[in-house]
Design a protein around this ligand. Structure first.
Ligand code: MIG
Length: 783
């Protein structure tokens, strides 16, 4: 027989191989996605990330060779020699990925005796598991670069670093050496070194147990991923570009939903707003200082003794009136909800949960109690459909009060005593399991329950924010990156962290602007607002024990900078909303590293301090203290300095072009630009038309029918520009019934440098008409 296998059986696109160890099932989910599944732990996938059966019928040819089996589709082929020797080839027959055949050689720093000694002296020595029960090691090429993996700290390119997936709420300031944070998204993209072809592939390791990823730290010869338990179950994605891989991954695990428009506005938050007066005062000051804002967030203090789904009525005279007054001023209130339920006899949530058996238990069968904000608390077993349904219905309490969205915190789950023990009994849908398996999907399931509740009980698109999540959570929730500090390191980290989240499907995300812990300086605040206003989720937030950091607390010059960038955010809302829609349809991140669009350009593969917002704005924020000029890399093509209008035109090499085709090979330029404190360098891609709204203090301050759209035209080198723009009511699901407009704006070859005339020749096409028109579409600026 072929290779190490005894036999195989093909059923359509599913090939089951049998060896002495057991079964190995290879499925061509589509002609470019191959699933490799070894049912070591459960017979079926039981995926939390993938809903429904995603298999798309495709032609799969299986050929037997003496030492391997070859599986071929129209877009890829795999050679299977043994369960540990699989090779994946792209459509041109180029080898993309092959299993490493040798033994792993874990990093060793000390002898065992030294480790014992170090530990007895109280030093922590990080021991890496030499061989994981579930593991796959792949050959590493010198040029391989790694992207994705969710919210990990450090730099954009994860090559030579190691990480773990174990959702963690760690108190210390997060540094590059942290191996895990709050989220577990076991998806990464490998970009090959050769810049001519710039081939790439993706791997999604769908395993929820504590997992390990080493992208060439242990060895330059191989990389590996593995887990402490569960199935060996991973997906190979092949495709022509990184953008294509991201599309396929988000197709498999689900696209984010189109958000409500106001959620893209500015959000004001702080832990410590704890009385009705404080909220009224914040609302008043935001309007007084003309800082546009759409939402004020209610952190844990609004609750009665931190009991979820209650309100502290001693500090709030009339919460319903407060919420409706805030809404009258254009603020959409968002409340925090933690998973921990206070142990208190008579408290309805605790009582119902006990009666219905909704809380996780000890192996001995007692309801498990740990300490969080409410004191002794119990934890809903969100893996149980009945619990999700119960929690979903609880959302109605908030909806009826006038709350507009929910912020899920502490859902790693966190406790005041560290992670819950592994053996606490949890449910995975219809089977009993333990915390070790459900930990990394606890936040995912909680967000799902919350989303489903809002879907059911409100008529708006659910707005859920989460701290912990897993692959596929983007279907239900947006995210923030948790407790950063007001330090420059964390401003710097924000760019690669948000970019990698975007590549991992979780694009609608943001950092606590200004920093959560520690006290912000005016300069840091100014720079953070400049980054925050171009992040998908834009919220200022800080810890109870940090100095106030509202805009008006800042010196006047910084208050003005604050306003300038929040105003710019509001003007750019139609553009940002278009980017959100693109993400909802194709999965392309709203905020992306340049490598996503120019993967052949070696200069952008490790670019940690520039990013794209949508496909037409290149943002080069200042992330260093004291810096007032900075180097900017502009990829090949035509670019305009947004502030000065200065034009940069660099030859596009062969294969150059728009987003998605891999871009040109390194023909861009480094420039030095001025970036005084009030300037965040921004570059507009030539060939685009930038849509803007007039300034508003909140979304829909100007009635939709009275809104005028302003266009800025940035021609490409042939003097063309084009843009597709989407518009709907920004709140509900009417667009699914066709209530939206889709426009294309175009200016054509008006040649010979007479740029200023092209304005009059704007061509507007309506690809779809189902919503009210703008009062006017104005050409505001022509470059
Ligand atoms: O133990 O609710 O990350 O945003 O302000 C801290 C209080 C609990 C952690 C969140 C933070 C929030 C804070 N929470």
């Amino acid at each position: 027989m072929f290779g190490s296998f005894i036999n195989y059986n093909q059923e359509g696109s599913e090939i089951t191989l049998q060896d002495t160890y057991g079964k190995l099932i290879l499925t061509c989910v589509t002609d470019s996605i191959l699933n490799i599944f070894s049912p070591d732990y459960t017979d079926d996938h039981r995926s939390k990330a993938i809903e429904d059966d995603k298999r798309v019928a495709c032609d799969v040819t299986v050929t037997e060779h003496e030492d391997h089996l070859e599986i071929t589709t129209s877009s890829m082929s795999a050679r299977v020699y043994s369960r540990d020797q699989i090779e994946l080839y792209d459509v041109t027959g180029q080898l993309l990925c092959a299993d490493y055949q040798g033994e792993r050689r874990p990093l060793q720093y000390l002898s065992e005796r030294d480790i014992a000694l170090a530990e007895s002296e109280g030093h922590e020595v990080r021991q890496r598991p030499a061989r994981l029960p579930v593991q796959s090691a792949k050959l590493l090429d010198p040029g391989d670069q790694f992207y994705g993996l969710g919210d990990k700290t450090g730099v954009l390119n994860k090559r030579s670093y190691e990480y773990e997936n174990w959702n963690s709420d760690l108190p210390d300031p997060q540094e590059d050496n942290f191996v895990s944070l709050y989220k577990s998204i076991p998806f990464f993209i490998v970009l090959k070194g050769d810049t001519k072809n710039a081939s790439c592939y993706g791997i999604f390791f769908d395993n929820t147990f504590h997992s390990y990823f080493d992208f060439g730290k242990e060895s330059q010869e191989y990389y590996y991923f593995g887990s402490e338990n569960g199935n060996l179950n991973y997906y190979f994605f092949t495709g022509k570009s990184m953008a294509d891989i991201v599309s396929q991954y988000t197709w498999l695990t689900g696209k984010m939903q189109l958000p409500q428009l106001w959620t893209l506005g500015y959000h004001q938050s702080r832990w410590g707003y704890d009385t009705e007066e404080k909220f009224r005062d914040i609302a008043k000051k935001l309007r007084e200082h003309s800082i546009p804002c759409d939402s004020i967030h209610f952190d844990i203090d609004y609750m009665d003794q931190f009991k979820v789904f209650t309100w502290n009525t001693s500090f709030f005279q009339d919460e319903m009136k407060l919420l409706s007054d805030l809404r009258d001023q254009g603020f959409k209130p968002v409340t925090i909800i933690d998973p921990g339920v206070k142990v208190e006899s008579g408290y309805h949530i605790y009582k119902e949960g006990l009666e219905e058996d909704y809380f996780v238990k000890t192996p001995e069968g007692e309801v498990y109690v740990n300490t969080v904000w409410p004191g002794d608390s119990v934890f809903p077993d969100f893996g149980k459909p009945a619990v999700r349904n119960w929690w979903a219905n609880k959302q109605k309490y908030l909806i009826d009060l006038g709350v507009a969205g929910v912020w899920n915190d502490m859902n790693e789950p966190a406790s005041f005593n560290g992670p819950l023990p592994d053996d606490i009994v949890f449910t995975d849908e219809n089977r009993t399991t333990n915390h070790a398996e459900m930990h990394n999907v606890y936040g995912h399931n909680m967000a799902r329950a919350t989303y489903e509740g809002w879907r059911k009980h409100s008529n708006t698109r659910p707005f859920v924010i989460t701290r912990a999540c897993y692959a596929g959570s983007q279907k239900y929730t947006i995210a923030w990156t948790g407790d950063n500090h007001s330090i420059w390191t964390h401003l710097r980290m924000a760019v690669p962290q948000l970019c990698n989240l975007g590549l991992s499907g979780m694009s609608y995300a943001g950092t606590d602007v200004g920093g959560f812990g520690s006290d912000v300086t005016p300069e840091l605040m100014a720079r953070w607002v400049q980054l925050g206003c171009f992040s998908p989720f834009f919220r200022s937030h800080c810890a109870k024990f940090s100095a106030n950091q509202e805009p008006w607390v800042m010196p006047p010059a910084v208050l003005d900078i604050f306003r300038k960038y929040v105003e710019l955010r509001y003007q750019l809302l139609p553009y940002i909303y278009d980017a959100a829609r693109e993400c909802a349809i194709t999965g392309q991140p709203m905020m992306a590293p340049l490598v996503l669009y120019w993967q052949k350009d070696a200069n952008v593969r490790e670019l940690n301090d520039e990013f794209m917002l949508g496909q037409n704005l290149l943002i080069a924020p200042v992330v260093e203290q004291g810096q007032t000029k900075r180097m900017v890399y502009l990829p090949a093509g035509t670019w305009y300095n947004y502030w000065t209008g200065e034009k940069y035109e660099y030859e596009t090499g062969d294969g150059a072009g728009g987003a998605g085709d891999g871009g040109a090979g390194g023909a861009g330029r480094y420039i030095i630009v001025d970036a005084p404190l009030d300037t965040c360098p921004i570059f507009v891609r030539g060939g685009t038309i930038l849509p803007k709204y007039p300034l508003q203090q909140y979304v829909d301050e100007i009635a939709p029918a009275d809104l005028k759209l302003r266009l800025e035209i940035y021609p490409d080198k042939n003097n063309n520009a084009e843009y597709t723009h989407y518009r709907d009511n920004g709140t509900d699901f009417a667009y699914e019934q066709g209530e939206y407009n889709l426009y294309t704006f175009k200016t054509n070859n008006h040649g010979s440098g007479s740029h200023n005339q092209i304005g009059s020749e704007l061509i507007i096409d309506k690809l779809h008409e189902g919503y009210i028109d703008y009062a006017e579409i104005i050409i505001e600026k022509v470059l």
